[in-house]
Design a protein around this ligand. Structure first.
Ligand code: EPU
Length: 436
């Protein structure tokens, strides 16, 4: 890549999507599962780990802590040699999931130094519930502007009540509780498929967990955990993204290696909007004939099994093509409408009302243009918009998309999209060479 150039996606709209895509493993499951390897000196072998940059960063962090992380796709993690409980600052700040190392390091070493987590700028992304829960379990925690430092002489179970079901907060308490003394009860626990999958891995390692997938999870601490082999759950957010994409462009996609049962509400919304949905065991298909108009359909995000916030931006892109007004309400993150400005550059009519509501005025005739991707899911929304737009779009900062989607350009190309990875000169905006 030439100096000062950055990765981008070049997309020419107007093509229908047809064919099948195999869905990769879930990023948001793989990251806490990789962190769980810290809890044993035996090997944890994870298969179906998505080839995304966040998983590579987590592997690098675990290596820098003194362990080993080998392979991609199937990753063998062995943390027997780990002695370091300080997460390197340069890597730790690159993603939100770093915060999961707090619970895992406390579980393993009874101490942790973790930089304040980075990741998408989609709201305050508070962590006080993680810290309060860990403090209840015996950790002394000091927060500075740049890091979180925790020590615990002994970790013990307690009754942890969350104000709201935080995903990484639930995962952090689980990672600390499995090796803590006595019983930990988590009330108002997050129930997302990736939280459930982490529980399943921990059980394979020897943890005692009841209530998996419910809002009350009970962990009885054990004194040691062993190695395990585990297949990372299919990514319902990747599957949902392609389902929303084909509803927007028209055509028919079969999403193999997927779990439609994790997408009940999204599939209902798609049907209500006018798409055709068929569900099987480990696959589903979504189609729309180009002459079937899309109906507007209001949507509010909520924690699982509600409509996922991580598909809100993509749903908004779809609703720009619907015949009328759609009200979209974002109740999970405080600041998750960054895609609106970029969608507007492509010709979408969207009014944001306060921090929670956005009104999409469809149908919009979208035009290809140059836009900057602000975060992972906004990137996916802009890809959908560009696939529907007249002409060619260039989506800068596509590294955001690579953090969470395995080979999005390759997968979409295989079903008929005109999409390629390019480089763009930062200063002039001129295209560089294509790279694959
Ligand atoms: N919150 C608090 N206090 C806390 C924890 C959370 O007020 O102590 C608030 C947050 O500020 C936010 C809401 O609760 O408004 C939800 O936060 P949560 O903790 O559930 O989110 P997260 O754990 O930071 C994970 C995913 C996100 C996904 C959310 C919600 C990972 C690594 N990240 O984040 O994924 O949006 O859950 O489902 O699992 C993405 O993949 O694009 C992504 C951003």
């Amino acid at each position: 890549m030439p100096a000062k150039s950055q990765p981008a996606l070049r997309i020419t709209g107007g093509a229908q999507l047809t064919g099948s895509i195999c869905i990769s493993g879930s990023k948001n499951a793989a990251l806490p599962e990789m962190a769980a390897a810290l809890l044993t000196e035996e090997t944890i072998t994870l298969s179906n780990v998505p080839k995304v940059s966040d998983a590579a960063v987590m592997g690098e962090i675990l290596t820098r802590l003194g362990g080993s992380s080998e392979g991609s796709g199937t990753v063998a993690l062995n943390m027997a040699g780990a002695q370091n409980s300080e997460v390197p600052d340069d890597l730790g700040r690159r993603m939100r999931a770093t915060i999961l190392l707090l619970g895992a390091l406390l579980g393993r070493f009874h101490k942790a130094h973790v930089p304040r987590p980075g990741g998408d700028d989609i709201g305050a992304r508070r962590i006080e519930q993680h810290l309060r829960g860990l403090a209840q379990m015996g950790a002394r925690i000091t927060e500075t502007e740049t890091e979180i430092i925790a020590h615990a002489e002994r970790l013990h179970g307690d009754r942890i009540v969350f104000d709201l079901p935080t995903v990484t907060g639930t995962e952090n308490i689980l990672l600390a509780a499995v090796l803590a003394e006595g019983r930990t009860e988590i009330f108002n626990a997050a129930r997302e498929p990736h939280v459930q999958d982490l529980c399943r891995l921990l059980v394979k390692m020897g943890a005692r967990i009841d209530g998996i997938g419910t809002e009350r999870v009970v962990v009885d601490g054990v004194t040691r955990l062993g190695g395990a082999e585990h297949t990372v759950i299919a990514d319902y957010l990747e599957a949902g993204t392609y389902a929303l994409a084909v509803a927007a462009t028209g055509g028919e996609l079969r999403l193999d290696c997927s779990r439609p049962e994790d997408l009940n509400l999204v599939l209902l919304k798609l049907e209500q909007a006018g798409a055709h949905v068929e569900v099987g065991d480990g696959w589903f298909s979504v189609g729309r004939r180009p002459d079937t108009r899309l109906r507007p359909n209001d949507m509010s995000t909520w924690t699982f099994p509600g409509f996922p916030t991580d598909l809100q931006a993509q749903y908004m892109a779809l609703m720009t093509q619907a015949d009328g007004e759609t009200v979209i309400s974002e109740y999970v993150h405080e600041n998750r409408f960054q895609h609106v400005t970029q969608l507007a550059k492509m010709g979408a009519g969207i009014t944001v009302e306060g921090r929670i509501h956005a009104v999409v005025h469809g149908p919009a005739r979208l035009r290809g243009t140059q836009v900057a991707i602000p975060d992972i899911r906004s990137g996916a929304a802009l890809v959908i918009a560009a696939l529907c737009a007249e002409g060619t779009s260039v989506l800068r900062n596509s590294w955001h998309v690579e953090r969470g989607y395995e080979d999005m350009a390759g997968k979409l190309k295989s079903v008929g999209a005109r999409i390629e990875s390019v480089t763009v000169d930062q200063a002039s905006g001129a295209f560089g060479h294509t790279y694959e």
